[in-house]
Write a protein that binds this ligand. Structure first.
Ligand code: GAR
Length: 191
């Protein structure tokens, strides 16, 4: 049995897609959802999916190693960031080398880094006149969006597309590919 912890700050649509993908697979368990946002939609989704949700405030997340201790005590095979907007604390990254992955809603290394998340990414893509965007799934290190890339998928951006259009097309790619890539990483340990 492989065990996953999902971290999410927002609506949690990717978290739910991953949970659905593994729901009928006895080999993988979504053990835990971690959030930093008491208003996040992912909390309600977790309740509905019968997955325990742990909520962290900033001080506990960064100034104690509670999150690392909890995850080390489980045991967890993979930490999956699905719209989690805080940087991983260094002790957590060190405790889970090559065991934390993230999805970013653009084609890294473009449109990554601090402040580049969610809707801001799609606004920047449109403002730059890009002709394509997409998703990047990558390993996580102590810097925003800089870990080794595992998988990318592309979608076209037309001159008339709004950031909402791009967000919509990117989210289709996320829902299609993230669960499958999570599974491949779990099964191969490394791609
Ligand atoms: C997703 O588009 C994900 O790529 C993005 O947040 C959204 C979460 O959506 N993540 C980042 O921007 C991280 N830098 P969801 O809550 O519906 O899964």
């Amino acid at each position: 049995m492989k065990r996953i912890a999902i971290f999410a700050s927002g609506s949690g649509s990717n978290a739910e897609k991953i949970a659905q993908y593994f729901a009928d697979k006895a080999t993988v368990d979504i053990t835990l959802i971690v959030s930093n946002n008491p208003k996040a939609g992912v909390i309600e989704r977790g309740r509905r999916l019968h997955i325990p949700v742990l909520l962290f405030d900033r001080t506990t997340f960064y100034d104690t190693n509670r999150i690392t201790q909890i995850l080390l005590s489980q045991p967890i095979d993979l930490i999956v960031l699905a719209g989690f907007m805080w940087l991983m604390p260094s002790d957590l990254v060190r405790a889970f080398p090559h065991k934390i992955i993230n999805i970013h809603p653009a084609l890294l290394p473009k449109f990554g880094g601090k402040g580049m998340y969610g809707h801001f990414v799609h606004e920047a893509v449109v403002a730059a006149g890009e002709t394509e965007s997409g998703i990047t799934i990558h390993y996580v290190n102590e810097h925003y969006d800089e870990g080794q890339i595992i998988y990318q998928a592309h979608c076209p951006v037309s001159p008339t597309d709004t950031p909402e259009d791009v967000a919509h097309n990117v989210q289709i790619l996320e829902h299609l590919h993230y669960p499958r890539v999570v599974n491949e990483v779990l099964m191969n340990d490394e791609l």
